[in-house]
Write a protein that binds this ligand. Structure first.
Ligand code: ADP
Ligand code: MG
Length: 587
């Protein structure tokens, strides 16, 4: 059954890794001769490990880093200084270097990740430059511009890695292990969280992902990979100097990642091989070789935005098997919870001012457990702002938000989601680079969800949510390939899979065509009939009247009516401000 997908994935990795390691060791020893070719391969292998770190930070998590050569250098100097100056063994020195790289990665991440885009790029460049200055000028510690010579190669449990073949084999084993680890990371919970952050930070936060720490972890992993690559580089070439870890090397590493395809460690491997080997091939061109090399790289990047790996994948027909079998229905929808008088969500005196605009001005609202509560009002009356403040995307100017008895007025979006508050957005916010199933799994993995720690159950819960919106057949498709209406369903399924206490739907029909609106209406009626607590914003009064147990009306950020549908829709203020004309018999 497909439900065992995730556990099967885990046990499948180990034999693969063992076979691949044996294969690369054999390969290393079968290569002819010492010297030139071994050096090129050693360089490619150690670079590729560092580049796979960029796959994590840039490809998975979407954060630009132009400092990978710095982490590479920290790993290399850990080995160089550790072995030559302090006389410790290769592996302990490597551990120190990698730890130092990882730590600086985490610190850089902590300090700079609140900044995005260009600013983050600037900060990483500065870090890179600082490291170069440090390596060049602190001569007593780093040996300065002369670099460190005579770095010995290790032996471990009687096996010597002194020969070029043996050390290359060691590098290749590390390369295989790091490539597989990073490949596996992508399909796990952390990797999904990173991709969610990359695709839509706001939505990731409201799906229970701690956006900040996810970015910091991505930075840390990336730096560790840089450090491992650098440590092996130092052992392989036995000589290191500051210019090997300069800004321009960071650009080379970044180019390798982008050229091969930053979405996959296999892509980064391809990109690294090409960029290490291409210059060697082109040497016969003598003076013009650099120009040809540069032009080739530019052409590949312009015409292959997904890199060489993306091109290879698109040539291979990848047909994911449909997911068959039945799963348990969504637990929160399996029985009708009785509507009760206790309030799940309670909002008191909520205000949100944007400069002079009072988007919300002292709004009170309380949602009873097991009911459908509609929030209506003209455009610009503050409905979306209300949901944004309640889910923590905006800080309130005044007021208090209580959810299941806890004061969450100042909680982060992911903390509110963890407490069981799920939402959809007026402007769809799905994770466009991910599959339908992965999108919904992010919801199911909400920390605090009963099944979040069990990968197989997460898949099952996600499939159950997809069944509910009738999208199981599209589970393996990219979300971006779906119609607008179906993307909306994915958003709803993502929220349902998190087994929320309360679901907030902000104009779910916005942007849909008539057929899609009709389908959605049916879906909402089914949902409403299940006794899930829902707060819905919608302009379709027929639908609102059919599903809502209670209605609150906003106008210019103020609450102008609150009560049962028949009372509210007959209220003259509501008719004047919003409905335009009285609705049927109630008038
Ligand atoms: P509704 O969802 O009811 O159509 P909104 O909550 O989106 O209304 O907007 C209410 C008011 O707040 C509008 O005047 C809008 O221009 C303003 N507003 C909403 N979000 C922001 C923002 N991020 N910055 C400035 N003004 C905003
Ligand atoms: Mg709105």
């Amino acid at each position: 059954m497909s439900v065992n997908l995730a556990s099967a994935r885990i046990s499948r990795g180990l034999p693969q890794a063992a076979v691949a390691c044996v294969a690369v060791v054999a390969l290393a020893f079968l290569l002819p001769g010492e010297g030139y070719y071994l050096n090129i391969l050693m360089q490619a292998a150690t670079y590729a490990i560092a580049v796979s770190g960029l796959v994590v930070v840039l490809g998975y998590c979407g954060q630009i880093s132009i400092a990978q050569a710095a982490f590479f250098g920290i790993g290399a100097y850990g080995v160089g200084i550790g072995m030559v100056d302090f006389g410790i063994g290769f592996f302990p020195a490597m551990l120190l270097g990698v730890a130092a790289a990882g730590l600086s990665g985490l610190l850089l991440g902590l300090g700079s990740l609140r900044l995005g885009g260009h600013y983050l790029a600037m900060v990483t460049i500065s870090f890179q430059q600082i490291l170069t200055l440090f390596l060049t000028n602190w001569i007593s510690f780093t040996h300065g511009p002369d670099g460190i010579r005579g770095i010995p190669r290790p032996s471990l449990m009687g096996v010597s890695f002194a020969s070029g073949h043996a050390f290359l084999a060691l590098c290749l084993v590390f390369l295989v292990l790091s490539t597989l680890t990073i490949w596996r990371l992508k399909t796990g919970r952390l990797g999904r969280a990173m991709q969610a952050v990359r695709d839509n930070e706001l939505a990731a936060g409201t799906c229970g992902i701690n956006v900040f720490s996810t970015k910091v972890i991505a930075f840390g992993i990336s730096a560790v990979m840089g450090g491992i690559g650098g440590a092996l580089f130092a052992g392989g070439f036995q000589y290191i100097s500051p210019d090997q870890f300069s800004f321009s090397e960071s650009i080379v590493l970044l180019t390798m990642a982008l050229l091969g395809g930053v979405q996959s460690p296999f892509g980064s491997l391809v990109g690294t091989m090409v960029l290490v080997i291409l210059p060697e091939w082109l040497r016969f061109l003598q003076q013009i070789y650099l120009a040809v090399y540069g032009a080739a790289v530019i052409l590949i990047m312009v015409f292959l935005p997904d890199g060489l790996w993306g091109l290879m994948l698109s040539r291979v027909i990848r047909r994911a098997k449909p997911i068959e079998g039945s799963v348990e229905p969504l637990p929160l929808l399996s029985e009708r919870a009785a509507a009760s008088n206790d309030y799940v969500l309670k909002v008191e005196g909520l205000a949100k001012h944007f400069g002079g605009v009072k988007a919300l001005d002292g709004v009170d609202l309380a949602v009873r457990r097991g009911t459908v509560h509609a929030l209506i009002g003209p455009n610009g009356s503050g409905k979306s702002t209300f949901i944004n403040v309640v889910t923590g995307l905006y800080r309130p100017t005044a007021g208090k938000v209580t959810f299941t008895g806890q004061d969450i007025t100042h909680a982060q979006p992911h903390e509110r989601n963890r407490a069981g508050l799920a939402r959809t957005f007026q402007n769809i916010r799905v994770f466009r680079g991910m599959t339908v199933l992965d999108n919904v799994m992010v919801g199911a993995e909400r920390p605090g969800n009963d099944i979040a720690e069990n990968p197989a159950a997460v898949v099952e819960r996600a499939l159950a949510a997809l069944d509910f919106v009738d999208l199981r057949g599209d589970a393996h498709r990219q979300v971006g390939a779906l119609s607008y209406g179906h993307q909306r369903y994915v958003e709803i399924a993502r929220a349902l899979a998190s087994s929320p206490q309360t679901l907030l739907l902000d104009e779910p029909a916005a942007g849909l065509n008539l057929t899609e609106k009709h389908e959605l209406g049916e879906l909402l009626k089914r949902l409403g009939g299940h006794g899930l607590t829902i707060l819905i914003i919608d302009h379709d009064m027929n639908l609102v009247e059919q599903v809502a147990d209670h209605i609150t009306v906003l106008n210019f950020g103020r609450r102008i009516a609150d009560g049962t549908p028949s009372a509210v829709l007959a209220n003259p203020d509501v008719v004047a401000a919003y409905l335009g004309e009285p609705r049927h018999e109630a008038a």
